[in-house]
Design a protein around this ligand. Structure first.
Ligand code: GLN
Length: 447
């Protein structure tokens, strides 16, 4: 059914970079046999999944939607995808994204933009726009995305689907092509909260191959699927509802908060503060890490190599100049600058100090509240082309999501309405570290 839907719609939406029909059907047959033999019994057995194209899949193209990896077939599979395969999932393809996950619209992809299934003139959000649009268009049953600064939650909100960014360290980053390693997390993009909790339970694991993987006390996320928020304390940061927030989004989020209050949650407004520093701190840290992580793409080890060159250094330079797109180059330059001697303390170290203060502000908030509630994005999906011309405006759109990554917290985006243009709105629920159960509980009760 998913493959049929892809044939019918993907020429229009462009959710996928790669669809491997043959491999998917073969895998499905094998899974079917195991199900019949009673070897696979879990809820994900035989269910087709789409994987964001920055997660390595052995023998299957993994491009990060970049020209520099246009022909890259990894020799191993990312741990999160392996975990899914163990549960009997069938990988049907790899989804489109902003190049190297840098962007908020899926327009920086080398393979052209993905379109929002709710309205083709609008972007699906990003950078996991292909994954979220594929779920919205039913071109898969669920998908994996990655979230460095909002890339699961913001496109989920733009596409009317549900996505979780887990606590940093919960899902292994082994085999996830690094963007900002201290912020990157893989998470599920699904039709509803139940699916999200089920998929998260399958992909989360302690993995010694990822040095930042955390051994958690519990990997049970589905027990939180209870329609009960009585006594749950929800903080609403005033800073999240000020200038720049679209009035229709605001109204819809506050209405959603009311629903939770009517179900017995206790709502209170508070000042989170420091929110305004999140964007500059994030773009310094993420770019610094990206400039280092992307040094490996040099035309030697993988992917694209320029055709004509004069010596090794010229080959590096031309391969990288021709292989990376403009947004990626902008980040590499910014990152190299903030890490260079003389500027390191002024920018990079200062950003790290800001990150620590933001974490402290959240720690204080979680002494009082179980959940923080706000929008996932200040607007609904913009039109295609609008953000490309103004990168700063695009960066400002990350205001509600990136502090969650800086603090390593879990966050979920759940659909909570549509605006007058008929575009979906997402509510974001943020939890304390390792407290996914609280946000899953609140999201489930609301849904
Ligand atoms: N929009 C943010 C950026 O461009 C976040 C992207 C992400 O989470 N991968 O960096």
């Amino acid at each position: 059914a998913a493959l049929k839907q892809i044939k019918k719609l993907d020429g229009t939406y462009n959710c996928y970079v790669t669809v491997d029909e043959e491999a998917a059907l073969k895998e499905a047959e094998e899974v079917q046999k195991k199900i019949e033999a009673g070897e696979l019994t879990g809820p994900l057995a035989g269910v087709p999944v789409a994987v964001k194209d920055n997660m390595c899949t052995e023998g299957m193209l993994t491009t990060c939607s970049s020209k520099i990896l246009y022909n890259f077939k990894p020799t191993y599979t990312a741990e999160a995808v392996l975990n899914l395969k163990k549960a009997g999932a069938v990988v049907i393809g790899k989804t489109n994204m902003d190049e190297f996950a840098m962007g908020s619209t899926t327009e920086t992809s080398h393979f052209g933009p993905t379109k929002n299934p709710w309205n083709q003139e609008h972007v699906p959000g990003g950078s996991s726009g292909g994954s979220c649009a594929a779920v919205a268009a039913e071109e898969c049953s669920y998908a994996l995305g990655s979230d460095t600064g909002g890339s699961i939650r913001q496109p989920s909100s733009f596409c009317g689907v549900t996505g979780i960014k887990p606590t940093y360290g919960t899902v292994s980053r082994y085999g996830l092509i690094a963007y900002g390693s201290s912020l990157d997390q893989i998470g599920p993009v699904c039709k509803d909260v139940t699916d999200c909790a089920t998929v998260l339970e399958a992909i989360a694991s302690y993995d010694p191959k990822d040095s930042t993987s955390v051994k958690r006390e519990s990997y049970d996320f589905t027990s939180a699927l209870k329609d009960d928020v009585k006594g749950l304390k929800i903080g609403i940061p005033r800073d999240y509802f000020g200038e720049g927030l679209d009035p229709e989004v605001k109204e819809s989020i506050l209405k959603a908060a009311k629903v939770l209050e009517e179900k017995g949650a206790i709502l209170e407004e508070f000042d989170l503060s420091l929110v305004e520093y999140a964007i500059p701190a994030y773009y310094v840290i993420a770019s610094a890490e990206a400039s280092s992580n992307l040094a490996r793409f040099d035309g030697v080890k993988y992917g694209y190599r320029t055709k004509e060159y004069n010596g090794l250094h010229n080959m590096y330079k031309k391969s990288r100049s021709e292989g990376f797109g403009p947004e990626v180059k902008r980040r590499i330059m910014l990152g190299s600058f903030v890490l260079s001697s003389g500027y390191y303390d002024a920018y990079y170290i200062k950003a790290l100090k800001t990150k620590a203060l933001i974490k402290q502000a959240f720690d204080r908030a979680f002494e009082k509240y179980d959940v923080i509630l706000g929008p996932a994005a200040p607007t609904t999906a913009p039109k295609l082309g609008e953000s490309l011309s103004d990168p700063i405006k695009m960066y400002l759109g990350d205001i509600y999501t990136i502090s969650v990554n800086l603090a390593g917290l879990p966050g979920i985006s759940v659909p909570c309405g549509v605006d007058s243009k008929g575009l979906p709105i997402g509510m974001q629920l943020i939890g304390d570290c390792f407290k996914e159960d609280n946000i899953i509980r609140a999201a489930y009760a609301f849904e």
